[in-house]
Design a protein around this ligand. Structure first.
Ligand code: 13P
Length: 251
């Protein structure tokens, strides 16, 4: 059985005060989340603050991105070992906003994935198609290409030690969620593709859905056979909504 993972991607939001309120709120209701692993991915600067607040709670900590290099002259970047140092377990790589706004391609994403693993982090690899690509009927090709870049560099075994997040770009921050059937179709495609290479990896890897997931649609999405949790943007900034989504994963 794959334990559901409900991870909050706070994106570029927060302040010292709001982070305190948010984390206190999540901690306050955590007892009602019986099954899912809960994780938060704050902006880099707030990670130490959050690390201190969640100690001993079972909440996991992640970063929203990571550099592909170990150290050195990379102004503005954060190395994987630094994230380990401050208590992170996860690092998101290849989020669609990194790909579309900052021009990060499949190869760079794969290198980030490799660097994160090498340092001991669990990468959360984001894949997903744009609206245009969906309308062209090439969703599976796009997702396969994004996965293949990582499998080509790191091998199929590495996928068994990461988390995949399917985030259709057209559903992110738009309020337009993929229907449970639409999401399940792509999740099943991903798992089937992995099963063709290694059935053990396919059985083990958690595939999260991301894109306007909220308390109203979480239970139906999480009920699908191949949806093992969520990567939550907007709704993860509200403790009650984030906890509601976590509870939707209760067995
Ligand atoms: P929203 O939940 O705000 O649509 O964001 C999803 C996302 O991009 C999570 O990484």
């Amino acid at each position: 059985m794959r334990q559901p993972l409900v991870a909050g991607n706070w994106k570029m939001n927060g302040s010292l005060d709001s982070v305190k309120l948010l984390v206190d709120g999540i901690k306050g209701g955590l007892g009602s989340v019986t099954t899912a692993e809960m994780a938060v991915c704050p902006p880099y600067v707030y990670i130490p603050q959050v690390a201190g607040m969640i100690e001993g709670t079972g909440i996991s900590l992640g970063a929203q991105d990571v550099n592909d290099q170990e150290a050195g002259a990379h102004t503005g970047e954060v190395a994987p070992a630094m994230l380990m140092d401050i208590g992170c377990r996860y690092a998101i790589v290849g989020h669609s906003e990194r790909r579309s706004i900052y021009g990060e391609n499949d190869e760079f994403t794969a290198r980030k994935f490799a660097a994160a693993r090498k340092a001991g982090l669990v990468p959360i690899l984001c894949v997903g198609e744009t609206l245009e690509e969906r309308e062209q009927g090439i969703t599976e090709q796009v997702v396969a290409r994004q996965l293949d870049a990582v499998i080509g560099l790191e091998g199929i075994g590495a996928i068994g030690e990461c988390v995949i997040a399917y985030e259709p770009v057209w559903a992110i921050g738009t309020g337009k969620t993929a229907t449970p059937d639409q999401a399940q179709e792509v999740h099943a495609f991903i798992r089937g593709k992995l099963a063709g290479l290694d059935s053990g990896v396919a059985d083990k890897v958690r595939i999260l859905y991301g894109g306007s997931m909220n308390p109203g649609n979480a239970a139906d999405l999480l009920a699908m056979a191949d949806i093992d949790g969520g990567l939550i943007g907007g709704a993860s900034l509200k403790p009650d909504d984030f906890l509601d989504i976590g509870r939707a994963g209760n067995a």
